[in-house]
Design a protein around this ligand. Structure first.
Ligand SMILES: [Zn+2]
Ligand SMILES: [Zn+2]
Length: 463
Protein backbone atom coordinates (compact mmCIF):
# COMPACT_ATOMS: atom_id res chain seq x y z
CA UNK A 1 0.00 0.00 0.00
CA UNK A 2 1.26 3.48 -0.75
CA UNK A 3 2.10 5.85 2.04
CA UNK A 4 -0.61 7.70 3.89
CA UNK A 5 0.57 10.00 6.63
CA UNK A 6 -1.13 12.31 9.11
CA UNK A 7 0.70 15.12 10.91
CA UNK A 8 -0.90 17.25 13.59
CA UNK A 9 0.10 20.92 13.32
CA UNK A 10 -2.56 22.52 15.52
CA UNK A 11 -5.32 21.82 18.05
CA UNK A 12 -2.99 19.01 19.21
CA UNK A 13 -3.04 18.99 23.01
CA UNK A 14 -5.04 22.24 22.91
CA UNK A 15 -8.28 23.68 21.56
CA UNK A 16 -7.26 26.29 19.00
CA UNK A 17 -5.14 26.41 15.85
CA UNK A 18 -6.83 23.42 14.15
CA UNK A 19 -4.58 22.21 11.28
CA UNK A 20 -3.77 18.63 10.27
CA UNK A 21 -1.76 17.53 7.25
CA UNK A 22 -2.75 14.50 5.21
CA UNK A 23 -0.25 13.08 2.73
CA UNK A 24 -2.07 10.66 0.47
CA UNK A 25 -2.53 9.72 -3.20
CA UNK A 26 0.72 11.53 -3.99
CA UNK A 27 -0.49 14.91 -2.68
CA UNK A 28 -0.39 17.03 0.48
CA UNK A 29 -3.61 18.38 1.91
CA UNK A 30 -4.46 20.38 4.99
CA UNK A 31 -7.54 19.78 7.05
CA UNK A 32 -8.29 23.29 8.39
CA UNK A 33 -5.86 26.21 8.76
CA UNK A 34 -6.91 27.74 12.07
CA UNK A 35 -5.49 30.50 14.18
CA UNK A 36 -4.08 29.81 17.65
CA UNK A 37 -5.87 32.06 20.13
CA UNK A 38 -4.78 32.98 23.62
CA UNK A 39 -2.07 35.06 25.21
CA UNK A 40 -0.89 37.52 22.61
CA UNK A 41 2.84 36.72 22.44
CA UNK A 42 2.63 32.88 22.60
CA UNK A 43 -0.18 32.71 20.07
CA UNK A 44 1.63 35.16 17.76
CA UNK A 45 4.76 32.97 17.73
CA UNK A 46 2.80 29.78 17.02
CA UNK A 47 0.75 31.46 14.30
CA UNK A 48 3.66 33.08 12.50
CA UNK A 49 5.70 29.88 12.20
CA UNK A 50 4.32 27.73 9.38
CA UNK A 51 6.15 24.40 9.74
CA UNK A 52 6.02 23.44 6.03
CA UNK A 53 6.22 25.15 2.66
CA UNK A 54 2.70 26.42 1.81
CA UNK A 55 3.64 26.49 -1.89
CA UNK A 56 3.90 22.69 -1.76
CA UNK A 57 0.43 22.12 -0.32
CA UNK A 58 -1.98 20.81 -3.00
CA UNK A 59 -5.24 21.78 -1.33
CA UNK A 60 -7.02 22.68 1.90
CA UNK A 61 -10.27 21.21 3.20
CA UNK A 62 -12.06 23.50 5.64
CA UNK A 63 -14.42 22.05 8.27
CA UNK A 64 -16.04 25.39 9.20
CA UNK A 65 -15.56 29.15 9.34
CA UNK A 66 -14.64 29.69 13.02
CA UNK A 67 -11.36 31.57 13.25
CA UNK A 68 -9.62 28.77 15.16
CA UNK A 69 -10.22 26.63 12.04
CA UNK A 70 -9.99 29.13 9.15
CA UNK A 71 -8.01 32.08 10.56
CA UNK A 72 -4.63 31.13 9.10
CA UNK A 73 -5.86 30.79 5.51
CA UNK A 74 -4.78 34.37 4.62
CA UNK A 75 -1.31 33.71 6.09
CA UNK A 76 -0.84 30.58 3.97
CA UNK A 77 -1.97 32.47 0.87
CA UNK A 78 0.42 35.29 1.72
CA UNK A 79 3.21 32.71 1.91
CA UNK A 80 2.49 31.20 -1.47
CA UNK A 81 -0.35 28.69 -1.10
CA UNK A 82 -2.32 28.86 -4.35
CA UNK A 83 -5.33 26.66 -3.72
CA UNK A 84 -7.85 25.24 -3.98
CA UNK A 85 -9.69 25.53 -0.63
CA UNK A 86 -12.71 23.23 -0.39
CA UNK A 87 -15.49 24.37 1.93
CA UNK A 88 -19.28 24.16 2.05
CA UNK A 89 -20.90 27.13 0.23
CA UNK A 90 -22.06 28.66 3.53
CA UNK A 91 -18.58 28.29 5.11
CA UNK A 92 -17.13 29.95 2.00
CA UNK A 93 -19.51 32.90 2.36
CA UNK A 94 -18.90 33.19 6.11
CA UNK A 95 -15.14 33.32 5.41
CA UNK A 96 -15.75 36.26 3.08
CA UNK A 97 -16.91 38.20 6.15
CA UNK A 98 -14.88 36.61 8.97
CA UNK A 99 -11.38 36.72 7.43
CA UNK A 100 -11.38 40.41 6.40
CA UNK A 101 -12.63 41.19 9.93
CA UNK A 102 -9.77 39.16 11.46
CA UNK A 103 -7.27 41.04 9.27
CA UNK A 104 -8.67 44.42 10.24
CA UNK A 105 -8.57 43.60 13.96
CA UNK A 106 -4.87 42.75 13.64
CA UNK A 107 -4.17 45.89 11.62
CA UNK A 108 -6.02 48.08 14.15
CA UNK A 109 -4.27 46.44 17.14
CA UNK A 110 -0.90 47.08 15.55
CA UNK A 111 -1.79 50.67 14.72
CA UNK A 112 -2.85 51.20 18.34
CA UNK A 113 0.46 49.81 19.70
CA UNK A 114 2.41 51.84 17.15
CA UNK A 115 0.76 55.04 18.29
CA UNK A 116 1.52 54.13 21.91
CA UNK A 117 5.14 53.53 20.84
CA UNK A 118 5.10 49.92 22.07
CA UNK A 119 4.83 48.12 18.73
CA UNK A 120 7.41 45.33 18.44
CA UNK A 121 8.14 43.34 15.26
CA UNK A 122 6.19 40.42 16.75
CA UNK A 123 3.05 42.51 17.10
CA UNK A 124 2.88 43.17 13.35
CA UNK A 125 -0.26 41.81 11.70
CA UNK A 126 0.09 38.24 10.39
CA UNK A 127 -1.70 39.31 7.24
CA UNK A 128 -3.55 42.21 5.66
CA UNK A 129 -7.03 42.81 4.34
CA UNK A 130 -5.70 42.12 0.83
CA UNK A 131 -4.45 38.66 1.90
CA UNK A 132 -7.85 37.90 3.44
CA UNK A 133 -9.63 38.92 0.24
CA UNK A 134 -7.22 36.81 -1.87
CA UNK A 135 -8.39 33.70 0.02
CA UNK A 136 -11.82 34.13 -1.50
CA UNK A 137 -10.49 33.57 -5.05
CA UNK A 138 -9.28 30.10 -4.05
CA UNK A 139 -12.47 28.90 -2.40
CA UNK A 140 -14.44 26.08 -3.99
CA UNK A 141 -17.94 25.51 -2.62
CA UNK A 142 -18.83 21.84 -2.11
CA UNK A 143 -22.36 21.13 -0.85
CA UNK A 144 -23.06 18.50 1.80
CA UNK A 145 -23.22 14.89 0.52
CA UNK A 146 -21.65 15.57 -2.86
CA UNK A 147 -18.66 13.31 -3.57
CA UNK A 148 -15.87 15.49 -4.99
CA UNK A 149 -12.41 14.46 -6.16
CA UNK A 150 -9.45 16.33 -4.68
CA UNK A 151 -7.20 14.40 -7.06
CA UNK A 152 -7.30 11.12 -8.92
CA UNK A 153 -7.33 8.72 -5.97
CA UNK A 154 -8.66 10.96 -3.24
CA UNK A 155 -12.32 11.92 -2.83
CA UNK A 156 -14.07 14.11 -0.30
CA UNK A 157 -17.61 14.25 1.07
CA UNK A 158 -18.94 16.81 3.57
CA UNK A 159 -21.56 15.82 6.14
CA UNK A 160 -23.39 18.21 8.43
CA UNK A 161 -21.55 18.58 11.74
CA UNK A 162 -24.45 20.54 13.33
CA UNK A 163 -22.06 23.01 15.02
CA UNK A 164 -22.50 26.34 13.19
CA UNK A 165 -23.87 27.36 9.79
CA UNK A 166 -21.95 25.41 7.13
CA UNK A 167 -20.01 23.25 9.59
CA UNK A 168 -18.93 19.89 8.23
CA UNK A 169 -17.46 16.56 9.16
CA UNK A 170 -15.04 15.52 6.45
CA UNK A 171 -15.16 12.01 4.94
CA UNK A 172 -12.07 11.22 2.82
CA UNK A 173 -11.71 8.13 0.60
CA UNK A 174 -8.30 7.06 -0.67
CA UNK A 175 -8.41 4.58 -3.54
CA UNK A 176 -4.74 4.08 -4.31
CA UNK A 177 -3.12 0.82 -3.26
CA UNK A 178 -6.22 -0.47 -1.48
CA UNK A 179 -9.15 1.55 -0.17
CA UNK A 180 -8.81 3.58 2.98
CA UNK A 181 -11.17 5.94 4.69
CA UNK A 182 -10.25 8.85 6.92
CA UNK A 183 -12.85 10.86 8.81
CA UNK A 184 -12.26 14.26 10.40
CA UNK A 185 -15.14 15.13 12.73
CA UNK A 186 -14.60 18.91 12.64
CA UNK A 187 -16.32 20.54 15.63
CA UNK A 188 -19.34 18.43 16.53
CA UNK A 189 -22.53 20.29 17.37
CA UNK A 190 -25.67 19.34 19.23
CA UNK A 191 -29.15 18.09 18.54
CA UNK A 192 -31.80 20.78 18.66
CA UNK A 193 -29.62 23.85 18.13
CA UNK A 194 -31.66 26.64 16.53
CA UNK A 195 -31.59 27.13 12.73
CA UNK A 196 -29.07 24.47 11.71
CA UNK A 197 -29.55 20.72 11.29
CA UNK A 198 -28.43 18.11 13.80
CA UNK A 199 -25.05 16.40 13.45
CA UNK A 200 -24.96 13.62 10.87
CA UNK A 201 -21.95 11.33 11.35
CA UNK A 202 -20.63 9.31 8.41
CA UNK A 203 -21.39 5.59 8.69
CA UNK A 204 -19.40 2.44 7.98
CA UNK A 205 -15.86 1.24 8.72
CA UNK A 206 -13.21 3.92 9.27
CA UNK A 207 -9.45 3.44 9.10
CA UNK A 208 -8.55 6.66 10.88
CA UNK A 209 -10.85 9.01 12.80
CA UNK A 210 -9.70 12.48 13.87
CA UNK A 211 -12.17 13.64 16.50
CA UNK A 212 -12.66 16.75 18.64
CA UNK A 213 -12.90 16.61 22.44
CA UNK A 214 -13.79 20.14 23.59
CA UNK A 215 -16.50 19.18 26.13
CA UNK A 216 -15.95 15.43 26.42
CA UNK A 217 -15.69 15.88 30.20
CA UNK A 218 -18.85 18.01 30.67
CA UNK A 219 -22.63 18.02 30.34
CA UNK A 220 -24.73 20.95 29.07
CA UNK A 221 -28.29 21.90 29.84
CA UNK A 222 -30.64 21.24 26.91
CA UNK A 223 -31.29 23.79 24.17
CA UNK A 224 -35.01 23.80 25.02
CA UNK A 225 -34.27 24.72 28.64
CA UNK A 226 -32.00 27.51 27.41
CA UNK A 227 -34.83 29.16 25.49
CA UNK A 228 -37.22 28.82 28.44
CA UNK A 229 -34.67 30.47 30.74
CA UNK A 230 -34.05 33.25 28.21
CA UNK A 231 -37.80 33.99 28.17
CA UNK A 232 -38.02 33.99 31.99
CA UNK A 233 -35.05 36.34 32.32
CA UNK A 234 -36.53 38.81 29.85
CA UNK A 235 -39.96 38.85 31.49
CA UNK A 236 -38.43 39.40 34.94
CA UNK A 237 -36.08 42.22 33.90
CA UNK A 238 -38.63 43.93 31.64
CA UNK A 239 -41.09 44.01 34.55
CA UNK A 240 -38.65 46.08 36.60
CA UNK A 241 -37.80 48.37 33.69
CA UNK A 242 -34.23 47.12 33.16
CA UNK A 243 -32.07 46.37 30.16
CA UNK A 244 -30.84 42.90 29.25
CA UNK A 245 -27.26 43.06 27.97
CA UNK A 246 -26.16 39.96 26.09
CA UNK A 247 -22.49 39.62 25.06
CA UNK A 248 -22.54 37.26 22.07
CA UNK A 249 -20.17 36.02 19.40
CA UNK A 250 -21.06 37.61 16.08
CA UNK A 251 -21.09 34.19 14.40
CA UNK A 252 -23.57 31.64 15.66
CA UNK A 253 -24.61 32.71 19.13
CA UNK A 254 -25.87 36.07 17.92
CA UNK A 255 -28.19 34.51 15.30
CA UNK A 256 -29.33 31.75 17.67
CA UNK A 257 -30.36 34.27 20.30
CA UNK A 258 -32.23 36.38 17.71
CA UNK A 259 -33.97 33.22 16.52
CA UNK A 260 -34.95 32.22 20.08
CA UNK A 261 -36.26 35.72 20.76
CA UNK A 262 -38.32 35.58 17.57
CA UNK A 263 -39.68 32.21 18.67
CA UNK A 264 -40.53 33.52 22.17
CA UNK A 265 -42.16 36.61 20.66
CA UNK A 266 -44.40 34.54 18.38
CA UNK A 267 -45.41 32.36 21.31
CA UNK A 268 -46.31 35.46 23.33
CA UNK A 269 -43.69 34.59 25.94
CA UNK A 270 -41.86 37.92 25.98
CA UNK A 271 -43.36 41.37 26.28
CA UNK A 272 -43.12 43.91 23.46
CA UNK A 273 -39.73 45.48 24.07
CA UNK A 274 -37.12 46.74 21.61
CA UNK A 275 -34.30 44.32 20.74
CA UNK A 276 -31.10 45.79 19.31
CA UNK A 277 -28.45 43.74 17.53
CA UNK A 278 -25.56 46.15 17.88
CA UNK A 279 -22.72 44.55 15.89
CA UNK A 280 -21.69 45.37 12.31
CA UNK A 281 -20.01 41.96 11.98
CA UNK A 282 -23.10 40.30 13.49
CA UNK A 283 -25.30 42.10 10.95
CA UNK A 284 -23.05 40.97 8.05
CA UNK A 285 -23.01 37.40 9.30
CA UNK A 286 -26.79 37.42 9.69
CA UNK A 287 -26.91 38.39 5.99
CA UNK A 288 -24.86 35.28 5.14
CA UNK A 289 -27.34 33.21 7.17
CA UNK A 290 -30.19 34.71 5.13
CA UNK A 291 -28.40 33.58 1.94
CA UNK A 292 -28.36 29.92 2.95
CA UNK A 293 -31.84 28.65 3.80
CA UNK A 294 -30.90 25.39 2.02
CA UNK A 295 -28.97 24.30 5.14
CA UNK A 296 -31.64 25.25 7.70
CA UNK A 297 -33.33 22.52 9.73
CA UNK A 298 -36.82 22.42 8.23
CA UNK A 299 -38.09 20.21 11.07
CA UNK A 300 -38.04 23.34 13.22
CA UNK A 301 -41.39 25.04 13.51
CA UNK A 302 -40.16 28.56 12.79
CA UNK A 303 -38.12 27.43 9.74
CA UNK A 304 -41.03 25.39 8.39
CA UNK A 305 -43.39 28.37 8.79
CA UNK A 306 -41.50 30.15 6.04
CA UNK A 307 -41.15 33.31 8.15
CA UNK A 308 -37.98 35.40 7.86
CA UNK A 309 -36.03 33.97 10.80
CA UNK A 310 -34.25 37.18 11.67
CA UNK A 311 -36.98 39.75 11.10
CA UNK A 312 -39.83 40.45 13.46
CA UNK A 313 -41.35 43.71 14.69
CA UNK A 314 -39.21 44.04 17.84
CA UNK A 315 -35.74 43.67 16.31
CA UNK A 316 -33.49 46.46 15.00
CA UNK A 317 -30.06 45.91 13.43
CA UNK A 318 -27.51 48.58 14.30
CA UNK A 319 -24.45 49.20 12.15
CA UNK A 320 -23.92 52.93 12.56
CA UNK A 321 -21.64 54.13 15.43
CA UNK A 322 -23.84 57.12 16.31
CA UNK A 323 -26.91 54.92 16.53
CA UNK A 324 -24.97 52.54 18.77
CA UNK A 325 -23.96 55.38 21.08
CA UNK A 326 -27.55 56.59 21.21
CA UNK A 327 -28.54 53.27 22.79
CA UNK A 328 -26.72 54.40 25.94
CA UNK A 329 -29.32 57.08 26.52
CA UNK A 330 -32.09 54.55 26.21
CA UNK A 331 -34.17 53.93 29.35
CA UNK A 332 -36.79 51.35 30.07
CA UNK A 333 -36.90 47.73 29.06
CA UNK A 334 -34.75 46.69 26.10
CA UNK A 335 -32.52 43.86 24.95
CA UNK A 336 -29.08 44.67 23.57
CA UNK A 337 -27.04 41.93 21.86
CA UNK A 338 -23.46 42.93 21.05
CA UNK A 339 -20.01 41.41 20.51
CA UNK A 340 -17.58 40.30 21.70
CA UNK A 341 -18.83 37.14 23.32
CA UNK A 342 -16.40 37.32 26.25
CA UNK A 343 -16.68 41.10 26.61
CA UNK A 344 -13.02 41.59 25.74
CA UNK A 345 -13.61 44.11 22.96
CA UNK A 346 -16.35 45.50 20.77
CA UNK A 347 -19.49 47.50 21.42
CA UNK A 348 -20.66 45.43 24.38
CA UNK A 349 -18.01 47.26 26.44
CA UNK A 350 -19.82 50.59 26.05
CA UNK A 351 -23.14 49.02 27.00
CA UNK A 352 -21.60 47.35 30.05
CA UNK A 353 -19.94 50.59 31.12
CA UNK A 354 -23.29 52.35 30.78
CA UNK A 355 -25.46 49.68 32.36
CA UNK A 356 -23.54 47.63 34.90
CA UNK A 357 -24.11 50.11 37.71
CA UNK A 358 -27.92 49.86 37.52
CA UNK A 359 -29.51 47.15 39.69
CA UNK A 360 -32.51 46.86 37.35
CA UNK A 361 -30.31 45.60 34.50
CA UNK A 362 -29.19 42.05 33.74
CA UNK A 363 -25.92 40.92 32.16
CA UNK A 364 -26.85 37.63 30.50
CA UNK A 365 -24.08 35.27 29.39
CA UNK A 366 -25.01 32.73 26.72
CA UNK A 367 -21.51 31.45 25.94
CA UNK A 368 -18.33 30.16 27.51
CA UNK A 369 -16.24 32.79 29.33
CA UNK A 370 -12.51 32.02 29.27
CA UNK A 371 -10.24 32.74 32.21
CA UNK A 372 -8.78 36.25 32.44
CA UNK A 373 -11.59 37.85 30.40
CA UNK A 374 -13.90 40.64 31.56
CA UNK A 375 -16.80 38.29 30.86
CA UNK A 376 -15.43 35.73 33.33
CA UNK A 377 -14.86 38.39 36.02
CA UNK A 378 -18.44 39.65 35.74
CA UNK A 379 -19.78 36.10 35.58
CA UNK A 380 -17.92 35.19 38.77
CA UNK A 381 -19.65 38.05 40.54
CA UNK A 382 -16.76 40.48 41.09
CA UNK A 383 -18.10 43.59 42.80
CA UNK A 384 -15.83 46.10 41.07
CA UNK A 385 -14.84 45.66 37.43
CA UNK A 386 -12.63 47.65 35.10
CA UNK A 387 -14.22 48.52 31.76
CA UNK A 388 -12.44 50.65 29.13
CA UNK A 389 -9.92 51.80 31.72
CA UNK A 390 -12.44 52.87 34.36
CA UNK A 391 -13.70 51.14 37.50
CA UNK A 392 -17.39 50.39 37.93
CA UNK A 393 -19.29 49.00 40.90
CA UNK A 394 -21.43 46.17 39.63
CA UNK A 395 -25.09 46.51 40.64
CA UNK A 396 -26.66 44.71 37.69
CA UNK A 397 -27.85 41.13 38.09
CA UNK A 398 -25.75 38.44 36.37
CA UNK A 399 -27.00 35.18 34.90
CA UNK A 400 -25.49 32.46 32.68
CA UNK A 401 -27.26 30.08 30.30
CA UNK A 402 -25.07 27.20 29.07
CA UNK A 403 -27.63 25.54 26.77
CA UNK A 404 -26.63 27.53 23.68
CA UNK A 405 -23.21 25.87 23.53
CA UNK A 406 -22.41 24.90 19.93
CA UNK A 407 -20.32 21.90 21.05
CA UNK A 408 -21.54 18.41 21.82
CA UNK A 409 -21.13 17.43 25.47
CA UNK A 410 -19.96 14.03 26.72
CA UNK A 411 -23.22 12.19 26.04
CA UNK A 412 -23.66 13.77 22.61
CA UNK A 413 -20.05 12.91 21.64
CA UNK A 414 -20.61 9.31 22.69
CA UNK A 415 -23.86 9.20 20.69
CA UNK A 416 -22.02 10.57 17.64
CA UNK A 417 -19.34 7.85 17.91
CA UNK A 418 -22.03 5.15 18.28
CA UNK A 419 -23.81 6.36 15.16
CA UNK A 420 -20.63 5.79 13.10
CA UNK A 421 -21.77 2.19 13.12
CA UNK A 422 -18.80 0.44 11.54
CA UNK A 423 -15.57 -0.33 13.35
CA UNK A 424 -13.00 2.45 13.82
CA UNK A 425 -9.48 1.09 13.47
CA UNK A 426 -7.55 4.05 14.90
CA UNK A 427 -8.64 7.30 16.46
CA UNK A 428 -6.77 10.56 17.03
CA UNK A 429 -8.18 12.90 19.67
CA UNK A 430 -7.69 16.64 19.10
CA UNK A 431 -9.24 20.04 19.94
CA UNK A 432 -9.44 19.85 23.71
CA UNK A 433 -7.76 20.68 26.98
CA UNK A 434 -6.18 17.87 28.96
CA UNK A 435 -9.34 16.75 30.78
CA UNK A 436 -11.45 16.75 27.61
CA UNK A 437 -8.82 14.86 25.58
CA UNK A 438 -8.51 12.19 28.27
CA UNK A 439 -12.28 11.84 28.62
CA UNK A 440 -12.73 11.48 24.85
CA UNK A 441 -10.00 8.80 24.68
CA UNK A 442 -11.88 6.88 27.40
CA UNK A 443 -15.19 7.19 25.52
CA UNK A 444 -13.56 5.86 22.34
CA UNK A 445 -12.01 2.86 24.15
CA UNK A 446 -15.33 2.11 25.84
CA UNK A 447 -16.96 2.18 22.41
CA UNK A 448 -14.53 -0.45 21.12
CA UNK A 449 -11.78 1.57 19.40
CA UNK A 450 -8.57 -0.36 20.13
CA UNK A 451 -5.97 2.17 19.07
CA UNK A 452 -6.51 5.66 20.47
CA UNK A 453 -3.89 8.40 20.21
CA UNK A 454 -3.74 11.89 21.65
CA UNK A 455 -1.19 13.38 19.25
CA UNK A 456 1.37 15.96 20.33
CA UNK A 457 2.03 19.09 18.29
CA UNK A 458 3.97 18.12 15.15
CA UNK A 459 3.57 14.38 15.69
CA UNK A 460 3.22 12.18 12.54
CA UNK A 461 1.56 8.81 12.03
CA UNK A 462 1.86 6.47 9.06
CA UNK A 463 -1.43 4.78 8.35
ZN1 LIG B 1 -16.03 25.75 15.88
ZN1 LIG C 1 -13.10 24.80 17.11
Amino acid sequence: MSAVRLTFWGAAGQVTGSMHMLEAAGGRFLLDAGLFQGHRVDARTLNARVPFDPRRVDGIVLSHAHIDHAGRLPLLVREGFHGPIHATPSSRDLCAVMLPDAAQIQEKDFEFLRRKGTAAPESEPLYTLADALAVQDLMVGVPYRRLTHLRKHLALEFLDAGHILGSASVDLRITEGGNRRIVFSGDIGRSGLPIIRDPEPPTGPIDALIIEATYADRSHESVGDAETRLGEAIRRVAARGGKILIPAFALGRCQEVIYSLHHLYRAGKIPELPIYVDSPLGVDITTVFRMHPEVYDDREHLVASGAGLFDFPLVTYVRDVEQSKALNGLRGPAVIIAASGMAESGRILHHLADGIGDHRNLVLFVGFQAEHTLGRRIQQGEEVVRILGQEYRRQAEVESISGYSAHADRNELRAWVRRLGGPVRRAFVVHGEEAGLGAMATILREEGVREVHVPAHGESFDL
